[in-house]
Design a binder for this molecule. Sequence first.
Ligand SMILES: *Cc1c(COP(=O)(O)O)cnc(C)c1O
Length: 449
Amino acid sequence: MTETLINATDRSLLQTRHLLTDIPGPRSLELHAERAEQVSSGFGIALPVFVERAEGGIVRDVDGNRLIDFASGIAVTSLGASNSRVAERVAAQLEKFTHTCFMVTEYEAFTKVCSWLNRNTPGDFAKRTALFTTGAEAVENAVKISRAATGRPNVLVFDEAYHGRSLLTMAMTAKVNPYKKNFGPMPDHIVRAASANPLRNAGVRVEQVLESVESTLREHDPFSFAAMVIEPIQGEGGFVVPMAGFIPGLRKLADKYGIVLVLDEIQAGIGRTGTLFASEHEQVAGDLVLTAKALANGVPLSAVTGRAELLNAPHAGGLGGTYAGNPLACEAALAVFEQLEDGVLLANARRIEQVVREVLEPLLDSTSIVAQVRGRGAMLAVEFADRGTLVPRPDLAAKVSRDCHSQGVITLTCGTHGNVLRLLPPLVIGEDLLRDGLEVLSRAIASAA
Ligand SMILES: *Cc1c(COP(=O)(O)O)cnc(C)c1O
């Protein structure tokens, strides 16, 4: 047994896949039936299994099954869902106080989280940070800050973008079903430009995509744009790593027209891609950088970090929120930062990429349904499409995902066409467990082919 990615002796939950019942098991089915009687049917579900305990790379359900976690609660529990240092810090804070509201009386952890983000986000300039609770709130506040700083109304977003489910962020999101369907009218002043998806633009050069973005800006007057918001690697849109040079090209356009470049690192940031921030792969600094998801390993916290003159543009009292930067969440984030310092988690993310590529890339040749294996670090995806025509195959992504679920591997799909299977294992997953899950996945793909 080789456990190169984690120290398996730390674990109280055995780090092996183990099935006692069908998935979902009988107790999960009962609880799911009860849920249907009580919970809004507006919530979807990837896998109707009820969780009893989760740690490292394992989720144990109420039927005693141990499932491999390739989701991390959508890129949130990078340190595992019961990280001991996070638990200790949150527990210690819980004894002192749970809430004061940072707009009423202050506490130091809030400042410390801001200070870490100011120091560690890319960009060699004076920075400030504002903390909020959810990712969507960070996106909305980045728009407020950009408008206050520039006095301009418009916001540029991109094809295949995902920025959240609140009213403004759903308008900024590209995909209609499920995010926008029936929920209009949408707020104004959101303009969408082409994205630089390499698979879907074969033969197109990055300069041509950038020209198209510039012509979209020109159609609306480039000087009417407050902000340009982009995910350095698109998440829900399909784990799309843009063409090399696209993000740096946007940086240039933003500078040319005085537009605030907002990098939405909510899914890709905080170590997920093998660097602290995904934009480091392109050596681009945003004027504003957004973080949430893995920021506090599951305790709700989000942040807008960036140029001091931007963060200081809104009037005092213009930003905030009852729970913004809650003390429990700030302590959890400080525990995450402590564990990122030595670089081991970043190395784990890069090692996860090596192992995943080693196992899944051969499927590009051995089957005709895998169009691409892509991503960075522990943010990786398989796109299903007919090899020659690239016609998307959401049916195959769904089938493979179901097959993985029934064998105890938690996988998620994504993509504008729903034809992408994404892998977001916790950065602390053991290599044996990772390989076992990938073995299940590659057999499921071979059988779907
Ligand atoms: C998840 C996500 C959001 C929204 O975050 P919530 O916490 O769900 O509001 C925004 N942008 C990106 C890139 C995301 O992945």
